[in-house]
Design a protein around this ligand. Structure first.
Ligand code: SAM
Ligand code: SF4
Ligand code: F3S
Length: 442
């Protein structure tokens, strides 16, 4: 087969990782990636179900594809990801243009599913949870992402069942990949150009395989000499265990940015969300980490307007932000999700939610701008990821994941260089390269 596949990805980093791994798999049966819709004879949409309109977004995307291919041969249309898992058979019934529906724990079956469809013209839905077989299969095919900063999924699924969230239903129960399988993948990525590994999981710090924890993984991965930086996301406050905290004392390569979603600053709301942690516990982790290394900064996710959120709860969230000074965060208005406990709770008036979101975002953005401004005139370490689109400058990231644009060259890619920051805006730092240090200074 010599076929072209167009892959479009919505959602989180895990979906991005999955899309790359799906491509690693379908390459084996002759598919080559294309960035142009109209060239494709296979169109794969990797979907996200986290907030409202997710389903409708998928159907309107299919509408677009239909239009593009109106006067051409119809491509094979595959829906993958969390909407595929949640909607399964329904998608094939509602939209005949869709040929295959495949859930996030069934990607090891994708090549067979495609073959079956081509041979027997049989529309198939594969949505069993079988993470063990999936990762066994994926570990046999190489991860060809080869990016300076590469994602590596170590854990999938969630057993926490926060009342607002679809993930336990779309990704299934928690599963942690074996340590050696992960280390082999990390080494392969390093051999192929990765200099930063971002360990991924819906609950990455709940990682537990035969007694090995996330802390063991971090310490093992940083032994790979080509790897200069290690990050992990997304973690749950309840799983910030002592061993993981200790790693911040000993690790040479773990970056000083902790993404630790809190969702709300009010214990009442955390309790009604079934978050399983309090603000006091959260702040305790914050204080301990700051004491270990004052350079450590925090980022978070917030849900605004969760049912029952009163002015005083909202103020608690506001106060928490002032206290922690998160340097980079995501905030969303609560969106009721099908099948979750919070689906039918009484919603807070839209206008109030929008006002609160605006206030929260203003203060979060102020923190971000203040942090970036504070770096003006300073020299920071930047891991160079690529050249800018017009190739006139280089693009990299600070230890805090902030984008940095500077006068780098192609041969800086994959190295850590020192950049003097001259200017900044909310999302980006601008500077001039000082010298190549190629080592971590954190
Ligand atoms: N496991 C992570 C944790 O415990 O924080 C979160 C993973 S979830 C994929 C990413 C973020 O989406 C959450 O932190 C939450 O802020 C947001 N989110 C999830 N469900 C939501 C909902 N129903 N409405 C609004 N935001 C939601
Ligand atoms: Fe969703 Fe909660 Fe699980 Fe995070 S911990 S994935 S928010 S259910
Ligand atoms: Fe979305 Fe599924 Fe990720 S719902 S955020 S793609 S785990």
């Amino acid at each position: 087969m010599n076929q072209k596949i167009f892959i479009k990805t919505f959602g989180c980093q895990m979906n991005e990782y999955d899309s790359n791994r799906i491509y690693d798999s379908v390459k084996k049966i002759g598919y080559e990636k294309t960035e142009k819709y109209e060239e494709a004879n296979c169109y794969l949409l990797n979907t996200c179900h986290i907030r409202d309109k997710a389903k409708e977004k998928v159907y309107s995307e299919i509408g677009r594809v239909k239009k593009i291919f109106r006067s051409k041969k119809k491509p094979l249309v595959i829906i993958a990801g969390c909407v595929a898992q949640a909607e399964n058979q329904e998608m094939l019934k509602r939209e005949p243009y869709i040929d295959l529906v495949i859930g996030p724990q069934a990607y090891h079956k994708i090549n067979d599913t495609i073959f079956n469809y081509i041979k027997k013209n049989k529309k198939i839905e594969e949505t069993e949870f079988d993470a063990v077989s999936k990762f066994k299969y994926l570990s046999k095919i190489k991860n060809e992402a080869g990016k300076v900063s590469s994602f590596l999924t170590i854990q999938e699924g969630c057993d926490k069942f926060c009342n607002f969230c679809v993930v336990p239903y779309t990704r299934g129960p928690e599963y942690s990949r074996p340590l050696n399988q992960i280390l082999d993948e990390a080494k392969y990525l390093a051999d192929n150009g990765a200099r930063e590994i971002v360990l991924l999981g819906q609950n990455v710090n709940a990682y537990d395989n035969e007694g090995y924890r996330l802390s063991d993984l971090i310490l093992n991965i940083e032994k790979i000499s080509e790897i200069k930086r290690v990050r992990y996301t997304t973690s749950h406050p309840k799983d910030m265990t002592q061993d993981l905290i200790e790693v911040y004392k000993t690790s040479k390569k773990l970056m000083p940015l902790v993404h630790l979603p809190v969702q709300s600053g009010s214990n009442k709301i955390l309790n009604s969300m079934n978050r399983k942690h309090t603000i006091e516990e959260y702040l305790n982790t914050f204080d301990i980490l700051k004491e270990i290394n004052p350079k450590i900064e925090f980022s978070s996710d917030f849900i605004i307007g969760y049912p029952g959120e009163e002015d005083k709860d909202f103020k608690d969230t506001f106060n928490l932000i002032e206290r922690v000074k998160f340097i980079n965060s995501y905030s969303f208005i609560f969106s009721p999700r099908p099948g979750t406990v919070a689906e039918n709770l009484d919603l807070i008036e839209k206008k109030i939610c929008i006002e609160r979101l605006e206030k929260i975002q203003n203060i979060l953005f102020e923190n971000q701008i203040r942090m970036n401004n504070s770096l003006k005139g300073k020299i920071i370490d930047v891991l160079v990821e690529n050249l800018t689109y017009d190739k006139s400058k280089a693009f990299g990231r600070s230890e805090y994941m902030t984008s940095v644009i500077f006068n780098g060259k192609k041969n800086d890619i994959g190295k850590i260089v020192q950049v003097r920051i001259k200017d900044s805006n909310r999302n980006t730092l601008f500077g001039e390269v000082i010298t190549n240090s190629d080592q971590k200074v954190a």
